[in-house]
Design a protein around this ligand. Sequence first.
Ligand code: UD1
Length: 427
Amino acid sequence: MDRIRINGGRQLKGEIRISGAKNAALPLMVAAMLSDKPLVLKNVPRLADISTMIQLLQQHGVEVSAAPGENGHSRGTTLTLKTAKITSTTAPYDIVRKMRASVLVLGPLLAREGRAKVSLPGGCAIGARPVDLHIAGLKAMGAEIDIDGGYMEARAPKGLKGARFTFPKVSVGATENLMMAASLAKGTTVLDNAAREPEITDLAECLMAMGVPISGVGTETLTIEGVESFREATHSVVPDRIEAGTYAMAVAMMAGDVELLGGRLELIESVAGVLRSAGVTFEPTERGFRVHRTNGALHGVDVMTEPYPGFPTDLQAQMMALMTRAEGASMITETIFESRFMHVPELARMGANVTIHHESALVRGVPKLRGAEVMATDLRASVSLAIAGLAAEGQTTLHRVYHLDRGFERLEEKLAACGADIERLKG
Ligand code: UD1
């Protein structure tokens, strides 16, 4: 298994190109199952989760071809997806257990074929993560769904019908599943208390390019008119705000100065706000934005994760790594997922001072972190350990890098190009 070795203490200077967002690309790829016309997706990141999704879609009958994007792979991959015919309506456990986003095929399969059998994703490292909202929404559209043998067995023999559904809790995945199902349902669907994440907006824009009328994009009420057929469409994946926020924190940690090419500052306003209070400067540039902390100390700030436009849970671990070196204390509260503090014991092995009390973690800044052997537990936790390693004295070795490879494209190359002493050890 690959490991990543970091020798800490190097300043970061230069530029980093931000990839397309994994969490936008995955639902966009699934949207191709709705239509028998080709969907061309540009700026798709090269990541393990994208390969897993290709594997899942191919076994449902989607033809997928990949080509380097403009300027070679530095601008991501261009995927062409075509679903002339669905050849299987079953999403097997072996694939779904690897990647929870696989449950997104439930709505499109049901809408197009009138039936679907999708494995329950099961528990995962950051909490129980149920799928009750996906199920309740599809039932409101006329589906019958039973759970049997670890699978959701769904039927809609007469097709799905447009409905009004209010999410009792904001869910990104359930909103995406219902948006796709509604695109092929008879009549109008209104989704209230829908998620407003930029990845939702990206999906809405792609569905609109495919010919689906959608209003309320970017608000908590989405109105979707079902269609009978789709248009051929081309869509470019939105830049990854989580990757941009992660590098902003790495730069802040190392008192660096880096331009994030293609990064969109307006998508991380809540994060930039918190980091500004901590002593970090952001400036929009023609090519993206610049982040720097060239003088002055880092200050402890409090953070609470919330649905967009609040502070994203996917940046909570990275923020905690940053706060371990701040002056003063920081209270970090996780409201989206329980058990999302798996990185705390690993950060503690590097000398961090963190106390967990229920859903909050009190981080008291320490004068230095020490390099150590650490273990990645999930995708975002793994990158938080890399950020800590950049600042630690001596050598840090990060194990279980496969977590990182699910969601961060060429992290070690991007950081090394800015001066970090970081390398991948193969095998
Ligand atoms: C997506 C992101 C993930 C991010 C999360 C929150 C993708 C591929 N993943 O995950 O990186 O951390 O949004 O921003 O885009 N819930 C229920 N019932 C459901 C569904 C969700 O109770 O049926 C709960 C979850 O347990 C959690 C909360 O709702 O507490 C939000 O989860 P959700 O927004 O659905 O997360 P995902 O779509 O799985």
